[in-house]
Write a protein that binds this ligand. Structure first.
Ligand SMILES: Cc1ncc(COP(=O)(O)O)c(C=O)c1O
Length: 426
């Protein structure tokens, strides 16, 4: 009796499990990706490429400019768009020549290629990197670093290093001060800390010029809403920012007569700013290409503009898993999205498959950066030499992994844009 009950229970469980089978999520490429697929199949390089959709990029620039409060300038975050022609295209569409830089080789490459650009560091550079920048600067004859570059300084010890460098090089360095507006990633934590920096700058006017503040607010909107919503978080960062400006003006009123650079924000928070802000410059980069990490309600108006296209090397019916157990057959019987197997050229990127619909990695088979397995239902219908498309989860590193960027424009690859030199901490 007991045994019969057990068998009935097992049967019910199996039937219930069967009813819970995942739906078939597979579909062929939609027209947009089918067009790219067909072009790459016949005229592409036959290896994974990073595509930039130039029209979508232009549209995103337009969207960004409509969000930007009129009292603020835009500064392009170079690390998130790590290619000189890509940054130049964005400069053309947004009308700004301001860039935020995070990596010494990027700085030199930009100074050389775009000598009229205006640079602000996005993180404090070790003094040796600053020294290296000046060593390599000779190639960029049109770029006047003393006028066009603001170093980022997070405290007195670093300012002392930069003063020594300025003396050594007989230069006058522009100093932007990093302030902590709540992110807690360094910078000044109390407005009074400003006094010592201002005193050192005032005592060395031939070598140091104060140029403004940078206060990045990436923490805003990240907390659960019951702790703090994005608007509250934003109001708090504005108040902290203002307390530094007030301290500055009370300690050194002459700065009220100058145009300083009060920089902040980034893609995730830019839409929170309006003309009541105390900042006069907002930074953004990632929203213009919109990797998946930027699928945020505040960025709904932006479209994904970069995709990895990876050729299918092998298109195999079924799901064959290594080993003596019929795991693959059982799995594909239970989940139609495992009916078909594709091995692609490359893989294991920080990226999510986006087309055809219903494609997914196989966590049991494992990952490979050589030939990675993906599964889909029969409806995904890809053959050898078709493409699987992916969206990077973030742009700053993934865009550097494919060589030149393939510019998708008017239904073909119109140009190849070189990427900036790779290195940790782009
Ligand atoms: C200092 C600073 N400002 C702004 C940004 C925003 O960049 P994005 O718009 O690409 O998110 C970043 C990103 O890391 C940053 O470090």
């Amino acid at each position: 009796m007991k045994r019969r009950g057990f068998l009935i229970g097992l049967g019910a469980l199996a039937a219930g499990g069967w009813l819970l089978r995942p739906d078939n999520k597979g579909a062929p490429h939609a027209a947009y990706f089918q067009g790219i697929n067909d072009t790459l199949k016949t005229t592409g390089p036959g290896r994974p490429v990073m595509l930039v959709d130039r029209q979508r990029l232009a549209d995103n620039c337009q969207t960004l400019m409509t969000l930007l409060p009129s009292r603020c300038n835009l500064r392009i975050v170079a690390k998130s768009l790590p290619s000189v022609p890509l940054i130049q295209d964005v400069m053309t569409h947004t009308g700004t020549n301001r860039v935020m830089v995070f990596h010494q080789p990027f700085m030199n490459a930009l100074a050389e290629a775009q000598p009229d650009c205006d640079m602000l560091l996005g993180k404090p550079m070790p003094i040796q990197a600053a020294r290296q920048f000046y060593r390599e600067l000779e190639n960029a004859s049109g770029f006047d670093a003393d006028q066009q570059l603001q170093w980022l300084i997070d405290g007195l010890p670093r300012l002392e290093q930069y003063l020594a460098l300025a003396r050594e090089q007989n230069r006058q360095l522009r100093i932007n001060v990093e302030i902590d507006v709540g992110l807690h990633r360094g910078g000044l934590t109390d407005p009074q800390q400003l006094d010592a920096l201002l005193a050192l700058i005032a005592a060395n006017p031939e070598h140091l010029i104060f140029s403004g503040f940078m206060g990045y607010d990436a923490h805003v909107g990240k907390l659960p809403a019951f702790i703090q919503n994005a608007d509250e978080g934003h109001r708090e960062t504005e108040a902290i920012y203002q307390s530094y400006i007030e301290r500055l003006y009370s300690q050194a009123p002459q700065y009220q007569q100058q145009t300083l650079c009060f920089n902040g924000a980034g893609s995730p928070t830019l839409a929170l700013y309006d003309n009541d802000t105390v900042l006069n410059e907002l930074s953004a980069g990632s929203c213009l290409v919109k990797a998946t990490d930027f699928d945020l309600p505040l960025l709904d108006g932006f479209q994904p503009a970069v995709f990895i296209a990876a050729p299918v090397i092998k298109s195999l019916p079924g799901l064959a898993m290594p080993g003596p157990l019929p795991l693959g057959s059982l799995w594909k019987a239970w989940d139609t999205n495992r009916q078909h197997t594709y091995f692609v050229y490359g893989g294991y990127w920080k990226a999510e498959p986006v087309s055809p619909a219903g494609i997914q990695a196989n966590p049991v088979y494992g990952v490979s950066s050589n030939q990675m397995m993906y599964n889909g239902s029969n409806e995904t219908a890809l053959n050898m030499d078709d493409q699987i498309f992916f969206r990077p989860t973030q742009s700053e590193f993934v865009l550097l992994q494919f060589g030149d960027l393939a510019v998708w424009e008017h239904d073909s690859i119109s140009e190849w844009w070189p990427v900036l030199p790779q290195g940790a901490g782009a």
